[in-house]
Design a protein around this ligand. Sequence first.
Ligand SMILES: Nc1ncnc2c1ncn2[C@@H]1O[C@H](COP(=O)(O)OP(=O)(O)OP(=O)(O)O)[C@@H](O)[C@H]1O
Ligand SMILES: [Mg+2]
Length: 340
Amino acid sequence: MEQQDLLIGIDLGTSRSAVVSNRGTRTVFESVVAYPKDLIGVRLLGATHVVGDEALQKPYLQLNYPLKDGVIQGRSEQERDAAQKLIEYAVSLAEPRDGDRVCAIIGVPANASKVNQDHVLEMALQVMDIAMVVSEPFMVAYGLDQLTDCLVIDIGAGTTDLCAMKGRLPQGDDQVSLIKAGNFIDDLLCSSITSRYPDIQMTTAIARRIKEEHAFVGEPKERVEVELREMGKPVTVDVTAEVRAACEAIVPEMVEQLEKLIRGFDPATQETAVSNIILGGGGSRIRGLGQMIADALSSYGDVKVSGVKDVIFTGAEGALKLANDLPPEYWDQIGNTELG
Ligand SMILES: Nc1ncnc2c1ncn2[C@@H]1O[C@H](COP(=O)(O)OP(=O)(O)OP(=O)(O)O)[C@@H](O)[C@H]1O
Ligand SMILES: [Mg+2]
């Protein structure tokens, strides 16, 4: 039987991961691995672990998010194990068949350290034949065919990744990864609501829910009033100022780094680059954000910020496109070495 290539694009995200393949797989799952706490759990689960969305439906399991700050943690044995299982699971979703040559391109945050990229690569090679690790914003850019004179902003849960596309694989100076992203907003929102309303029961999960429904920056168009619990009883509170402040908190550093990246373009292409800023990732849904970034950069020219339509799959689709365009034999020559 002739060997077939199963090509997979994987966006390994802090909160959720997306997998697409050249055979039509297109799926997304929570980046979580759960283990039973004891023997009762093993019996209830009927397995030693479970990966993805199913994990969240079983309260008797202990959850492990192996990509906490956007990169594989790998500090403890269990973290390494969880990361390995996450990658295994992603590959299994693409349903490899006997005799396939399994080849995957995996996106990690821009500027993930060399050690971290090697970690991912090593784990990937346990469950596939050929692998390449590329930066997340580069994958987004590749997926959108924006390979030159543009800037990509990918606001995820763990990191905000910025990347200047200059018609080549991004080098160290072309990309930046900031830890002020979705999780940072959740933490800030949680603590600011708590400090204004000390009796309200808050968790970061509640903060995230409020954010996902109401996130905005700039002047509020309407009040954000949410129902929360005070000493167990439902109350309605106004959190407009808190939501605004928490969302705006990621902007200054992002703008500062964007300015650096703009200055890194050839002067002849700076004008085009600022008119071609692409905003992706779950955090790109914050209302008013594109406008705020454009206003902050207005002294650089005619700035245009456009949002990615499909925030879930654009990265993974970009990885698959690259996998289709570049014969797997060449991958390990360029993927891991040019980055970070
Ligand atoms: N409507 C929304 N408004 C604001 N933030 C949102 C919205 N929807 C989702 N998010 C946030 O987007 C983040 C998830 O985005 P995404 O799936 O791109 O991240 P990720 O790829 O898992 O993380 P990373 O890229 O950092 O590894 C979460 O913090 C989530 O709360
Ligand atoms: Mg992401």
